[in-house]
Design a protein around this ligand. Structure first.
Ligand SMILES: *Cc1c(COP(=O)(O)O)cnc(C)c1O
Length: 477
């Protein structure tokens, strides 16, 4: 990957020797991906990724699980190898801010899972958090050239999004950098997107299903629209991880994941990832970035900014991801039962869960949200829809009753967290979406009587019992 173009490197015979040896290795790896890994089912990729018996025996004393490399840097045999490595002429991990063997396995597993069922190649850049992933994904499209320093820049984004995303786009990009964020209130309306695009638009950004609301949109239609203007579509599908939805297969160019959530359902730590397809669509004149966005951001912008993932965290998240499909299936089934209970409860105004047939977006979401490989699963033998484990509901009787119910929860944890194997709940208006103010909440439709609930792996009867006793604390009128 020759990305360093400032200085022409003179390739001595010594350097050439290293290029040849590692070139062989890269060819073997690419063949292994095409001939072996791409033929595996989702679960096998989640369990093994690119870590092989050969890797283990040759390099890692036979360790069955990917070793954690805490060393900050890598040593080289001689000056030729050092020079080739730092010029990115050979695969290397040189310094842990740039690359690391443990994060390498994490990145490949995610690239392959998000690219499962996709014809082309995908790659991944790990980041220290979901917010760092979003920053990593959007910044390269916001560059301006020396000739156009005062060029207007804007981008489109779904108004229903994670509170941190709202802040990054509004406070950091728009208020501090004068990059206009054009919020899309109803992303199911293609004209709402189309009418906001102009010559200064740099990308389209959408979160789905949105947190905490269950906003959704037609990915294929929005991707087609973006591409017809030469723009990329970036999607945050944290709430529907790759076992349920893989936006790149539907035309998205880049996916961002807060791996902190369902991918690390065990709840130990914060992590993120940017996954991109090869040859994405953009008008930014940067061939390396177009060809392989994730590798580009990993080896150049993120080398210079440093929002990298710690290898220990990569290892913990990787271990949690191995059972993603069966876990997401169980969590989704539990959530469906809980959502149906709440939907029938007189103390609840309404429930936002895409799995409920009465939800206005149920049909649209059902086109996209499938449990991966259900048709190959002995239990199902056919495609089945699953809708994830995030839901929210409006408590009847306003903010006061909402706080009574929330404060009475005994087993469900009160925390600004989601994606856990333990059920957690929060009131978004006073927590995750508190900073964006009344107006921002109105735009995203987050009233004070909304409770966000992420259902965990407990038996759903016990989750329901906790909700039932909490709802019974509301005084009868
Ligand atoms: C949590 C979350 C983020 C931010 O991720 P962090 O890992 O907390 O930085 C972004 N998008 C969505 C949908 C989230 O739920």
């Amino acid at each position: 990957m020759a990305m360093q173009s400032d200085d022409e490197l003179i390739i001595s015979p010594g350097i050439q020797k290293y290029i040849d040896t590692t070139g062989e290795y890269l060819k073997r790896r690419d063949r292994y991906i095409e001939d072996v890994v791409k033929k595996w089912k989702f679960d096998t990729i989640a369990v093994h990724g690119l870590y092989t018996v050969e890797d283990a025996l040759e390099d890692y004393n036979g360790a069955i699980i990917e070793p954690v490399f805490l060393s900050a840097s890598q040593a080289y045999r001689d000056s030729d190898e050092l020079e080739a490595a730092l010029a990115y002429m050979i695969p290397t991990w040189c310094y842990s801010r740039i690359a690391n063997p443990t994060t390498y396995y994490y990145e490949w597993t995610l690239a392959l899972l998000e690219g499962y069922g996709f014809d082309g190649g995908t790659s991944c850049c790990s980041t220290s958090s979901g917010m760092a992933a979003i920053m990593t994904a959007v910044q390269p499209f916001l560059v301006h050239t020396k000739e156009h320093v005062f060029e207007e820049r804007n981008f489109l984004a779904t108004a229903q999004c994670y509170g941190g995303t709202f802040q990054q786009f509004k406070a950091r990009l728009e208020d501090e950098r004068a990059i206009e964020c054009r919020w899309i209130g109803d992303p199911t309306n293609i004209d709402a997107w189309a009418s906001r695009i102009d010559a200064n638009t740099r990308f389209l950004y959408g979160e789905l299903p949105s947190n905490p609301q269950q906003g959704f949109f037609d990915i294929e239609a929005v991707a087609d629209l973006a591409h017809s203007h030469g723009l990329p579509l970036i999607v945050d599908n944290t709430v529907a991880p790759p076992a349920l939805l893989r936006p790149i297969c539907h035309g998205a160019d880049i996916v961002v994941q807060s791996a902190t959530k369902t991918l690390t359902s065990g709840g130990s730590g914060v992590a993120g990832a940017v996954i991109s397809r090869k040859d994405l669509v953009t008008q930014v004149d940067n061939p390396a970035m177009k060809a392989d966005f994730a590798q580009y951001v990993k080896f150049l912008p993120n080398r210079d900014y440093g929002p990298n993932l710690h290898p220990m965290q990569a290892y913990m998240t990787l271990n949690d991801m191995r059972t993603l499909r069966s876990k997401v299936d169980m969590l989704s089934r539990n959530t469906q039962v809980v959502a149906e209970f709440l939907d029938a409860h007189p103390g609840i105004e309404s429930v936002e869960y895409l799995g409920l047939p009465n939800h206005p977006l149920h049909e649209l979401a059902s086109r996209y949200m499938w449990l991966v490989d259900a048709e190959h699963d002995a239990q199902y033998g056919k495609p089945v829809n699953r809708y994830g484990h995030l839901m929210s509901f409006y408590v009847a009787g306003g903010i006061e009753n909402t706080r009574i119910v929330f404060d009475a929860l005994q087993r469900i944890w009160r925390a600004t967290d989601l994606g856990r194997i333990k059920s957690v709940a929060t009131i978004p208006a006073i927590s995750t979406h508190q900073q964006q103010g009344e107006e921002g909440r109105k735009l995203a439709n987050i009233p004070g009587n909304l409770i966000r609930l992420c259902v965990g792996g407990e038996h759903p009867d016990d989750v329901i019992a906790d909700l039932d006793q909490a709802l019974s604390k509301v005084p009868k009128r």
